[in-house]
Design a binder for this molecule. Structure first.
Ligand code: FES
Ligand SMILES: [Fe+2]
Length: 358
């Protein structure tokens, strides 16, 4: 087979400008209280908190007077933030409501940016792009996770790498065998047939493995042990901020009281922090052994280790991009990169569109 390289002109890479017109996760719902928090999202520093009425407010974390970071300031009981430098005070809409050194003037000529926030438990979403385009229907639907028939483990990582590296990692799960061999590999997993489908800006990879055992991670929890199964896996790039992974273990023999299907699903929420650092939340759900809450903790711990291997890989790669002086280095594509390359072309287009629009 000849070279599969696609060139780099029409596909996004780690230097491609970030996509602003997209919903991204800001935080877990349960981690935002009536206390000032600080986080950088798409190169913009934010201060955010939960108001007395229970809504989440996110504002620019930079006082409009002399740039003091507002998360190091005071949150008053009436939901105003008083800057810790000269005392300018902002309301939940980012409007200045008081200038202590000039109580006789109307402070409304000063304001800071307020961001659009939507809470869809257990996550809080932010829109940093054109407010006119902030359509809430574009937030991915994962409400099923709140249903009792699903149990899940979850975690968060700060990753020192561009967000596309996380998407790339998820779009080619050939890496299960080599990066997570002990937990997720099975002898023929890397040789699966792969089918890539594109619908609009969504790219799905479907992999099929026949006659392999359940990966080690799920052997006990599923009760399938070493029974040979059919393993279906869908990894889907949904938006620049979200990747959806749905697996299905099919035991045609019905070893456990006739049960045929077992489904692990992973929600991956990916938010660029800066061009070369990312915020990454994951929820590893299962529809087997659900009432076992100890198992939720176990999955949090064990899959957390698996995702740490991904984080390490991405950070080692980023490190090489930064340090290794090899100006002519090009990445070679192999067939299993088909979905990832399509995803990178879509991101390239989205980025181009945004720069043309602005
Ligand atoms: S910098 Fe905030 S009040 Fe002066
Ligand atoms: Fe992985």
């Amino acid at each position: 087979m000849g070279s599969l390289n696609t060139g780099t002109n029409n596909i996004a890479d780690r230097n491609t400008p970030l996509i602003r017109n997209c919903w991204y996760v800001l935080d877990w719902s349960h981690d935002v209280k009536s206390k000032l928090k600080n986080r950088m999202v798409l190169n913009q520093d934010l201060v955010y908190f939960r108001t007395k009425s229970g809504e989440v407010t996110a504002l620019q974390n930079r006082c409009a007077h002399r740039c003091f970071p507002l998360h190091k300031s005071t949150l008053h009981t009436n939901d105003t933030i008083q800057c810790g430098y000269h005392g300018l005070t902002y309301n939940v809409d980012g409007e200045c409501v008081q200038i202590p050194s000039a109580m006789n003037i109307n402070p409304s000529f000063i304001s800071i940016q307020k961001y659009i926030i939507v809470e869809r438990k257990p996550m809080i979403w932010i829109w940093t792009g054109d407010p006119e385009k902030a359509d809430e229907d574009l937030i991915p639907d994962y409400d099923w996770i709140n249903d009792d028939q699903w149990g899940y483990g979850s975690g968060f990582y700060h990753v020192k790498g561009n967000y596309l590296a996380i998407h790339e990692n998820l779009m080619d799960i050939t890496h299960f065998q080599y990066l997570h061999g002990a937990a997720l590999g099975t002898p023929k997993h890397a040789e699966a047939q792969i089918e890539v489908t594109v619908e609009g800006n969504t790219v799905n990879n479907y992999r099929l493995n026949e006659g392999e055992p359940v990966p080690e991670l799920h052997k006990e929890a599923s009760g399938l042990g070493n029974v040979p199964i059919t393993r279906h896996a869908h990894s889907t790039f949904v938006t620049p901020g979200f990747h959806n992974a749905i697996a299905l273990f099919e035991d045609k023999e019905g070893t456990n009281n006739g049960r045929v299907e077992y489904s692990p699903r992973i929600l991956h929420f990916i938010t660029p922090e800066t061009q070369y650092t990312s915020l990454y939340w994951w929820m590893f759900a299962r529809d087997f052994s659900v009432p076992d809450k100890n198992l939720d903790d176990w999955y949090t711990k064990v899959t957390g280790k698996v995702f740490e291997e991904d984080k390490d890989a991405i950070e080692w790669i980023e490190d090489l991009w930064v340090k290794d002086e090899r100006p002519n280095f090009i990445e070679n594509n192999v067939p299993s990169d088909g979905g990832a390359v399509k995803m990178r072309k879509i991101i390239h287009q989205l980025s181009l569109q945004e720069s043309n629009d602005s």
